[in-house]
Design a protein around this ligand. Structure first.
Ligand code: 2HA
Ligand code: ZN
Length: 272
């Protein structure tokens, strides 16, 4: 089948266009990567060209050797993915050492994979191991309210988690392990990759201070849903702060009761 007709391409395009409409992807902001299952790569092999040039990833990911990823392009706009995926997205292959990648399809007018490739691949490597291969999506966006909160809340896991858990009763069910916070860093390099991946050992949601949010998911729905849920909590939080702050909230015991009734493993270390 032509890769443009593949169901995974449809899902990729749906996420990027929905997320643009949400206002999370001004200009070339944000990036999305999907670890493509071997059978899906096989199903589109007629569209692939041979690897022409191997380029360094900027990180070493031996546990991703031989894997294929569908990735947004560096400097490309999320809003354009839907209308011209072949210009804005690439299918890349990772070499046998996990040190280099080659483009096998896409970016037909030139370009490179996302500037955050080292961070995405390091997170994929970790989450693949942690979930026995189930996790397939790493996703970064610039959601407005969440970024705004990084100028106001303490840049600590506990402060962000507790504040956002309180904003909607079912939020602790969606991200029971909590939220990690990376202090401000230059994007795209090994430092932010290492800091994010360290937090991804504990969490599925990581805040990049004054920049955006970094999430993972087993599939497109889960990753989009996680981004959407955290940003909605942040929006409520901004509204509450704008109205003069909380007058009442969910009590500490309420979280314990919720965890029990919903049978979730709530990270109680993040409760006071
Ligand atoms: O411009 O969002 O973090 C892409 C990015 C880099
Ligand atoms: Zn960004």
């Amino acid at each position: 089948m032509d890769i443009l007709n593949a169901p995974f391409m449809e899902s990729f395009k749906r996420l990027t266009s929905d997320a643009f409409k949400k206002g999370w992807h001004e200009r070339n902001g944000g990036n999305l990567t999907y670890r493509v299952p071997a059978e899906e790569v096989e199903s589109v092999k007629e569209s692939l060209h041979p690897a022409e040039q191997w380029q360094p990833i900027g990180n070493t990911v031996p546990d991703l050797a031989g894997e294929y990823f569908l990735v947004t392009g560096s400097g490309k706009y999320m809003r354009n993915v839907e209308i011209a995926p072949e210009k804005n997205v690439a299918l890349i292959e990772i070499d046998a050492k996990g040190e280099n990648y080659a483009i096998r399809w896409g970016l037909v007018d030139g370009g490179r994979p996302t500037s955050e490739l080292p961070t995405h691949l390091a997170a994929h490597e970790l989450k693949k191991k942690m979930t026995n291969g189930k996790n397939r999506i790493i996703y970064h966006a610039h959601p407005t309210n969440l970024i705004a909160l990084t100028f106001v809340l303490p840049l600590e896991d506990k402060a962000f988690t507790r504040e956002l858990w309180e904003m909607a009763t079912e939020d602790p069910v969606i991200f029971p392990e909590g939220i990690g916070v990376v202090p401000w860093m230059v994007p795209g390099g090994k430092e932010i990759a290492d800091a994010s991946v360290k937090l991804m050992e504990k969490y599925r949601v990581v805040v990049w201070s004054h920049h955006g949010l970094f999430v993972c998911g087993d599939d497109f729905d889960e990753a989009f849903g996680l981004m959407d849920t955290v940003e909605k909590a942040a929006e409520i939080c901004v509204k509450v702060l704008s109205m003069g702050g909380k007058k009442q909230t969910i009590p500490r015991d309420g979280f314990i009761q919720l965890a029990k009734d919903f049978n979730i493993d709530l990270n109680t270390e993040l409760l006071d």
